[in-house]
Every structure is written in structure tokens, then in C-alpha cells.
Design a protein around this ligand. Structure first.
Ligand SMILES: NC(=O)C1=CN([C@@H]2O[C@H](COP(=O)(O)OP(=O)(O)OC[C@H]3O[C@@H](n4cnc5c(N)ncnc54)[C@H](OP(=O)(O)O)[C@@H]3O)[C@@H](O)[C@H]2O)C=CC1
Ligand SMILES: O=C(O)[C@@H]1CCC=N1
Length: 281
């Protein structure tokens, strides 16, 4: 009698160009969801970064793009915007059939398509909480990407947290300014809250614990609540009380307006990156 059982389909081979922070977050997420290490290829020029990938994930990264990349169905571009064009030129010939997923800030699909000779491109803007499975990623797909391609990208990105598709590529600059850079804004606030706590007599450890738990708790409350942030803020703000004193000071100092202006600076910088590192042929 013949054995009619078929082997389960092999998970796709995913190649990472650049093996730094963002690649590590995605690789960690994939392995955590059972994606086999044997189905991951990484190209990373730094010895120390390759050692870190080996120790952390048991993955042998390559120093240069080479023949092993030919089996990749998805290539994740996780290099800095300024390194993208050189990396693309060194790699394109090895990956003619692949779907491409870029996490580089600013660099437009038109530039990537020119460098790679392929229109099958999805751009992603993740953030570093991806490292602990709590990321959120904005995604934009070029027209040549079909439903299967989108599904493959979603499968990879979902291992690091939530995702949001945008319809217009320019919206990715807003995503970059909001959630891509956003963790840095939170960390700046955490530093300020810790400093203020210390100035008022708490230890550094106490102040930090209080500040981090306050961000976590407030974010969770907002995520679970049907009410918007204004109502949630009013609930904290007793008439004539301490919160009122703090919020009044912030409003007098125009902190919300400055904060919005800061985010617009990030959005502008994303557009500049496209000009500086994406406009070349
Ligand atoms: N960090 C973040 O919060 C976020 C980052 N991004 C985007 O992710 C991308 C990567 O950022 P991040 O992971 O933080 O950067 P890292 O510097 O941690 O990692 C990128 C790695 O790629 C290496 N590299 C450079 N050139 C090549 C090449 N030709 N082939 C292979 N590897 C190469 C870099 O080396 P070298 O140092 O020599 O360049 C570096 O080790 C950026 O484009 C950024 O815009 C997006 C969202 C959030
Ligand atoms: O600062 C940057 O340019 C990248 C993109 C978003 C977060 N880090």
C-alpha cells in the first residue's frame, strides 16, 4: 500500500539584509512562533552582530550576500536608509523572484524598485517594542503585491505585535513620526518623570518603577476604554487638585503644541531621508 500522507508545507525562507535591532526583533518573533531557524538567512557585515545572532538565535549569518539567498521567498531590508542603495545593488541579482519588505524609514517604493528591478515591494514602519512582542507596524504595499504577498508579510509582522495597513505611501511618514519614533518620546518622558521623582525625594529605582507602571497602566486603560483620552484625563483631574496644577502649567507652556511640532519635524525628516538617500539612480 502506498503512503498517501503528504509532508506539511515548508515555511517560507526569509532573508534579512542587515542583522541589527529591527531584524533581531523580527527574527525573535518568528522563532518564537515556531518558524524554523533553518528557514532564515541573514546578511550582516559586522562580526560582533553576527556573533550576537548566533548566540541569541542559533543563526549563522553571512558577511556578504551570496548564493544561499536564492531560496528566499521574502527579503526583509533592515539596513539604515543611507546603506540601502549599496546593499540593494550587492544583493538584487541573488533574489530576482522574492517579495521585498523594507523597514527603512523614508525610502520610497519607487527607489527600491529601481535598485532591485522588482515592483513586488511592501514598506513597513515597525517600532522597537517589537522586541517584546508589543510592537505596532504600519504597512504599505505597492500595486504589484498580490493578496498572497500581503498575507506572507502579515504573517511575519504579526509575530511582533499589531499592524495597520495604509492606502497612501506618504502616510508611512506620519506612521514613522508617530509610532516608529514614538517609543523615544515615551522614554524621554520616562526620564523626565524619573528625574522629577528624584528631585521630590524618591530613589531613582522607585521613581522609575512608578513612571514605567504609570505609562503601562494608562496605556492599558486607554486601550480597554470606550472613552477617549480627554475624558480619561478629566477623570484624573480633580477640581482645584494636583493634576489640574500640572496640566495648567503644561498648557501655559504650550507643551501639546510643541509636541505636535516635534512630531511634524520627524515627518519632515522622513521626507528628507527619501530625498537624500532615495533620489539617486
Ligand atoms: N530602530 C528603530 O526604532 C526603527 C528602525 N527602523 C528602520 O530599520 C532600519 C534598520 O534599523 P536598525 O535595525 O535600528 O539598524 P541597525 O544599525 O541596528 O542594523 C542595521 C545593520 O545592517 C548593517 N548593514 C549595513 N550595510 C549592510 C549591507 N550592505 N548588507 C547587510 N547589512 C548591512 C548595519 O551595519 P552598519 O552599522 O555598518 O551600517 C547594521 O549592522 C533603518 O532603516 C530604520 O530606518 C524602522 C522602525 C524603527
Ligand atoms: O529614527 C529613525 O530614523 C528610525 C525610524 C523610526 C525609528 N527609528
Amino acid at each position: 500500500m502506498t503512503d498517501t500522507r503528504t509532508a506539511p508545507p515548508q515555511p517560507p525562507c526569509i532573508a534579512f539584509i542587515g542583522g541589527g535591532n529591527m531584524a533581531s526583533a523580527l527574527i525573535g518573533g518568528l522563532l518564537g512562533r515556531g518558524h524554523p531557524a533553518s528557514q532564515i538567512e541573514v546578511v550582516e557585515p559586522w562580526d560582533s552582530a553576527r556573533d550576537a545572532l548566533r548566540q541569541r538565535f542559533g543563526i549563522d549569518a553571512q558577511a556578504h550576500a551570496g548564493a544561499p539567498l536564492a531560496r528566499a521567498q521574502l527579503v526583509v531590508w533592515a539596513v539604515k536608509p543611507q546603506a540601502f542603495q549599496d546593499a540593494a545593488q550587492a544583493t538584487a541579482a541573488q533574489v530576482p523572484q522574492a517579495l521585498h519588505l523594507s523597514v527603512a524609514a523614508g525610502i520610497p517604493t519607487a527607489s527600491i524598485a529601481r535598485w532591485l528591478g522588482s515592483e513586488r515591494i511592501v514598506r513597513a514602519m515597525p517600532n522597537t517594542p517589537a522586541l517584546v512582542g508589543k510592537g505596532i507596524t504600519g504597512l504599505f504595499a505597492a500595486r504589484a503585491v498580490d493578496a498572497q504577498g500581503r498575507a506572507l508579510v502579515e504573517r511575519v509582522i504579526a509575530t511582533t505585535g499589531q499592524l495597520v495597513w495604509v492606502d497612501a505611501e506618504e502616510q508611512l511618514d506620519a506612521v514613522t513620526a508617530l509610532s516608529g519614533s514614538g517609543p523615544a518620546y515615551v522614554f524621554l518622558f520616562l526620564q523626565a518623570m524619573q528625574q522629577a521623582g528624584q528631585d521630590m525625594g524618591l530613589s531613582a529605582a522607585q521613581a522609575y518603577q512608578l513612571a514605567v507602571a504609570t505609562f503601562q497602566g494608562a496605556a492599558e486603560l486607554a486601550a480597554r476604554s470606550d472613552e477617549g483620552p480627554e475624558v480619561l484625563r478629566q477623570r484624573v483631574t480633580s477640581k482645584g487638585g494636583t493634576t489640574h496644577a500640572a496640566i495648567t502649567h503644561m498648557q501655559q507652556q504650550r507643551i501639546p503644541e510643541h509636541f505636535i511640532a516635534a512630531m511634524r519635524a520627524a515627518e519632515r525628516r522622513a521626507r528628507e531621508l527619501a530625498q537624500e538617500f532615495g533620489a539617486t539612480p
